[in-house]
Design a protein around this ligand. Structure first.
Ligand SMILES: Nc1ncnc2c1ncn2[C@@H]1O[C@H](COP(=O)(O)OP(=O)(O)OP(=O)(O)O)[C@@H](O)[C@H]1O
Ligand SMILES: [Mg+2]
Length: 499
């Protein structure tokens, strides 16, 4: 068996040896769990039983199920009475199955009964959570998603099966194959099988383009959930002027992100996240997005407004589901823009929902499973719950300040070039000097407005148009001079400069 599953097999064996009679194996993949549990029963030398809603409880080798065990309560009742050795896999259990007080009582009973015989009752099911009354009597074990080795075996099987039926041309180097398999991370085996098969069947070829299919399929998974947005990567960090402190921090961690397994062996964990605070329009959102390009990871955006959209009470559940999706898609960058708006401190007007979600988010930040790197941004530190600034939530809190003269020149060059203009033919140095206090976004806006002015006049864009727009602009930092100064003072004591 492949690596992550082999570990889970050992963990399960340990739980059973420790006499846990009731185990919640947390995975959306019943079929994979079944293979694992079958192995487990072999290792323990005990019979293997499977319960499904359609069939009831059946000993694996036997053709017929135990009489009248289709209702879950009956199946569990049977196990409590039989009290025999065995691994009993109850598949596709739902939350509503467990609402029934009889089922709850029987499961507690089974937990006690199975302390004697060798074996356990193991529950699996999509989004399953055990009710409070059962939890203390059970153990929970998360089954990690399939790893590269399982995906490799899957790919080999698919290629073998398809080649038997039609001609399949594979043109992938070993390196490219690895890259493809890495992109599958976060998928269930079933999802991976569908996606790979679709990619190959389309034109009878397996090339690096299959990665495109994988990315599309991931987007579908994320968007089906509705709370996270899958963001196509637009810009790289090369298009962000300056922010060298932040860039250097990222660069120092790129090797860890590329080979997280090796790094972990050396005691280096996957980076957890950063908070970018600062003056509006200076590139926080843009840099947050660019992290994903830099590290070549998918970018998910958490849009908190969708959390509160549903009626109250569901919000927290929605939030937990979103975080689980992010974990499932790992390695991934999770972007939370304008953190203070999502988790405003104080506010009790919504019956405390946002407070509770804030609590969930903070504890998720500490306990999360999987390689999820969080990039959060915020402008208004007054409204930002102070908990976010406590040590250990983020690896680092960066302050993004207004650009200095040299950076302003660079920003002008970037934005002229992006619009197909040659920066060399503009007096960028002079323009950099006259734009003290301008943010990156105001500089960009000046270029855009100048282009409109030039177009309206039927002329090519000149330095004159740019000078005109710059003179007309009242930068935000001038309008809110005191606020910016206060923000800087505040940041000087609490953050690391990003510029
Ligand atoms: N350092 C920079 N280099 C290049 N472009 C920049 C830079 N800073 C800002 N810009 C330009 O300004 C635009 C706005 O920046 P961005 O949205 O990232 O700012 P922000 O800090 O998130 O602002 P806000 O606080 O208002 O959300 C960017 O899309 C980019 O085009
Ligand atoms: Mg922003």
């Amino acid at each position: 068996m492949s690596f992550p599953v082999r570990d889970s097999l050992r963990d399960l064996e340990l739980l059973i040896r420790a006499r846990y009679g009731l185990i919640h194996l947390d995975t959306p993949e019943d079929a994979r769990a079944q293979v694992l549990l079958h192995h487990l029963s072999d290792r323990l030398g005990v019979p293997f039983f499977v319960w499904t809603r359609l069939e009831g409880l059946r000993r694996w080798e036997l053709p017929d199920p135990v009489y009248d065990t289709r209702p879950l309560a009956r199946a569990v009742g049977h196990v409590t009475q039989a009290r025999t050795d065995g691994v009993y896999h109850l598949q596709g259990v739902t939350r509503s199955d467990l609402v029934d007080p009889d089922v709850q009582a029987l499961l507690r009973e089974v937990a006690r009964c199975m302390e004697g015989p060798v074996g356990a009752v193991v529950l699996t099911g999509q989004d399953l959570e055990l009710p409070e009354r059962i939890r203390p009597h059970s153990a929970r074990l998360g089954l990690p998603g399939p790893g590269p080795q399982e995906f490799r075996e899957l790919l080999e099987t698919i290629l073998r099966d398809l080649s038997a039926r039609r001609h399949v041309e594979v043109s992938l180097t070993p390196d490219e194959t690895d890259q493809l398999l890495r992109h599958l991370s976060g998928f269930t085996l079933l999802e991976a099988e569908k996606t790979l098969t679709r990619a190959i069947v389309e034109d009878g070829k397996l090339t690096l383009q299959a990665i495109g299919h994988v990315v599309d399929a991931k987007r579908e998974v994320v968007e089906r959930e509705g709370l996270l947005e899958y963001y196509p990567v637009e810009r790289t960090l090369d298009e962000v002027a300056d922010l060298r402190g932040f860039k250097a921090w990222l660069a120092a961690r790129t090797a860890v992100v590329r080979s997280p397994g090796k790094a972990r062996e050396m005691g280096l964990p996957f980076p957890r996240g950063v908070l970018l605070l600062g003056v509006p329009g200076c590139g926080k959102s843009m840099s947050a997005k660019a992290v994903s390009a830099e590290w070549n990871l998918p970018l998910l955006r958490l849009d908190p407004s969708t959390l509160y959209n549903k009626y109250i009470g569901e919000s927290e559940q929605n939030f937990r589901r979103a975080m689980r999706t992010a974990e499932r898609m790992a390695p991934v960058v999770l972007w939370v823009d304008e953190l203070e708006k999502a988790f405003a401190s104080g506010g009790t007007e919504d019956g405390g929902v946002s407070q509770r979600i804030l609590g969930s988010f903070l504890s998720w930040m500490q306990e999360r499973e999987g390689d999820v790197f969080v990039v959060a941004t915020a402008n208004d530190v007054q409204r930002l719950p102070p908990e976010f600034l406590r040590k250990g939530r983020f690896d680092e809190v960066f302050f993004v300040d207004l650009p200095d003269r040299v950076t302003r020149e660079e920003i002008l060059r970037i934005h002229l070039a992006r619009r197909g203009l040659d920066p060399g033919s503009f007096p960028v140095q002079e323009l950099g000097e006259v734009t003290t206090g301008f943010s990156g976004s105001e500089l960009e806006q000046a270029v855009v407005s100048a282009q409109y002015a030039a177009f309206a006049a039927g002329e090519p864009l000149t330095a004159g148009h740019l000078r005109g727009e710059i003179a007309r602009t009242r930068p935000l930092s001038a309008l809110m001079g005191e606020k910016v100064a206060a923000l800087r003072m505040w940041a000087a004591e609490r953050t690391v400069p990003a510029n």
